[in-house]
Write a protein that binds this ligand. Structure first.
Ligand SMILES: Nc1nc2c(ncn2[C@@H]2O[C@H](COP(=O)(O)OP(=O)(O)OP(=O)(O)O)[C@@H](O)[C@H]2O)c(=O)[nH]1
Ligand SMILES: [Mg+2]
Length: 201
């Protein structure tokens, strides 16, 4: 997601540099493209609006337009505003002293738990970890298949359970056992809340 964003921003900046002279018009065009790039990267529209306004205010200031390399100045301003928006310090994941680390993915219905579980597993596996996915969403039909499909597409290991395992706790316990046996150091549990509308499994 952010790789795409950085490609797009690079393109905007390249165009801006090619313009020679920075004008309010080509700045507008560049800002429009930055806006689209951020929205496509899933940044919340209110956050995008704020960021663009902040950049605009600074970039259209006299000292930028009069600067020796105005495009460079704009790159600097966008960079500073992006850092401000994304936060200046990175939060690290905390791992258990004794593996496996168990991470439960919780959140409102439809908030992206299953997708995030897969994303997190992918990130971990690219960063010297050996994750194991498990879905304990036994309430919604095909919810477990959804995670299994993602795992397969991304070639990530998943504990899919046995036909007898129908309870979240059973699935989580078995996944933990499997992780220990196969040397996986992080278990990502994709959860779901049992709603009153769900059929009792
Ligand atoms: N645009 C966008 N869509 C997302 C993102 N994460 C998930 N989605 C989409 O949002 C919808 C719900 O995502 P899920 O990952 O299934 O959400 P969930 O929390 O597991 O949903 P339940 O299991 O039904 O509670 C899906 O259509 C996803 O493709 C994201 O970061 N950006
Ligand atoms: Mg889900």
């Amino acid at each position: 997601m952010f790789d795409n964003l950085s490609d797009k921003l690079q393109r905007v900046f390249k165009n801006l540099r090619g313009e020679g002279k920075l004008t309010a018009e080509n700045m507008e065009a560049a800002l429009r493209e930055i806006r689209v790039a951020l929205l496509e990267a899933d940044v919340h529209f209110k956050v995008v609006k704020q960021l663009i306004e902040a950049v605009k205010e600074k970039a259209l200031g006299q000292e930028v337009l009069a600067a020796l390399s105005p495009a460079q100045q704009v790159v600097k301003i966008v960079n500073e505003e992006l850092i401000k928006t994304l936060g200046t310090h990175a939060s690290r994941l905390r791992f258990a002293n004794e593996p496996p680390t168990v991470v439960m993915i919780v959140g409102l219905q439809g908030s992206g738990k299953t997708t995030s579980s897969a994303k997190l597993a992918r990130w971990l596996s690219k960063n010297q970890h050996a994750p194991l996915l498990v879905s304990v969403d036994v309430y919604r039909p095909a919810a477990r298949d959804q995670l299994a499909v993602l795992a397969q597409q991304l070639s990530l290991p998943i504990y899919t359970g046995t036909p007898e395992e129908s309870k979240p706790l059973e699935l989580a316990r078995s996944a933990r056992r499997e992780a220990i046996q196969t040397g996986r150091d992080v278990i990502l549990i994709d959860t779901a809340r049992k709603s009153s509308l769900s059929p009792t499994p």
